[in-house]
Design a protein around this ligand. Sequence first.
Ligand code: AMP
Ligand code: GLY
Length: 425
Amino acid sequence: MKILVVGGGGREHAIIMKLAESKRVEKLFCAPGNGGISRYAECFDVKATDIDGIVALAKKLAVDMVVVAPDDPLVMGMVDALNAEGFMTFGPDKAAAIIEGSKVFSKDLMKKYGIPTAAYETFTDAEKAVSYIKQQGKYPAVVKADGLALGKGVIIAQNEQEAVDAVRSIMEDKIFGESGSKLVVEEFLTGPEISVLSFTDGNIVVPMISSMDHKRALDGDKGLNTGGMGTIAPNPYYTEVIARECMENIFLPTINAMKAEGRTFKGCLYFGLMATPNGVKVIEYNCRFGDPETQVVLPLLDTDLADIFEAVYKGTLSDIDIKWKNECCSCVVMASGGYPKKYPTGLDISGLDDKGQTEGVFVYHAGTKFADGKFFTSGGRVLGVTATGETLQAALDKSYAAVKKIHFENAHFRTDIGKRALSAK
Ligand code: AMP
Ligand code: GLY
């Protein structure tokens, strides 16, 4: 098979490395890819949101499958355009991708089908949102922009003033753009967070190994929300009891609800969960593989990923026995100094070989360029330094030993990835 992967971050690098293990895969392409990916797959300078450009590229390369990894092309309908041209695809169509594309949609879906989630109200009017918040008078209050906002459209307001400011900055100043024309105000939940990615062909849902993201920029879960500063798998809070509860109350009801709405979901459905004192609740759905969750989940997969993708597309997922390695995995993100705010790019990266790798780990590239035989920074999250081990501690030791050997000016990483997981129970 010849496969084109759309996207250009650490998640796409992880998908490509897993596909490269498949005996069925003859050639891998990526658009736009990045410096690290270019050492393993041929990259093309076509934006991940350029639907016409990607369709044209898929035709030119005569690929057998296109994997659409990021949220925005999925929500825009890239899969519909590729399917219309007869390509086998991995990823939901536009009608199904709305589960991530609109928080108002996903909250209303959960309410309609009795799927546990934080209590909420939705608003299209800033004044009404403000008076609701004042009347509730409960803090922290959670204010979410309706649409996609690079994972940053959520504001946890600690008091009335912050909540009112959040509403005004989302709806009036449009800090998250048009994604802020509607918003959701919801109850603040507490408890450990669990990410569960799943494969679903619309008929059955197969959860992958659970993981835990570390969303805040700084140690001790301080600082701003980011796309994710590191991950570990499996997540120790995802016990067998909780897994059963999730399958019964959340996973199956969600895929059945989507089917009932005429929005059958095929692809990777990501469940962002919180194990609250009142049971597991859905914090968010994503219509795609998580980043950086994928970087710790796929290395543990022991089944051919191309076979799984094909079965998801064809609706024959129940024919495949999906197996996992009995190991742990950790990914420590090295980010540009200043991320998630302003940061420089084009800095020299040292400590990597000509494949962009270093001994003892796998380095998934998120924001790098490769030029004149060297790697340079080109994004906020730069590298995901990933290791497997018999225990989580062993994996983390390897990740952090490698992080010490890799340098770029003002590199920022958290020193406590996995700490909460290690102290679980
Ligand atoms: P989201 O983009 O919806 O995943 O939200 C980003 C992060 O904000 C989540 O991973 C949680 O840490 C936090 N968060 C979102 N919704 C809530 C909530 N209702 N209660 C507490 N924390 C939340
Ligand atoms: N790591 C969270 C996400 O991919 O949205």
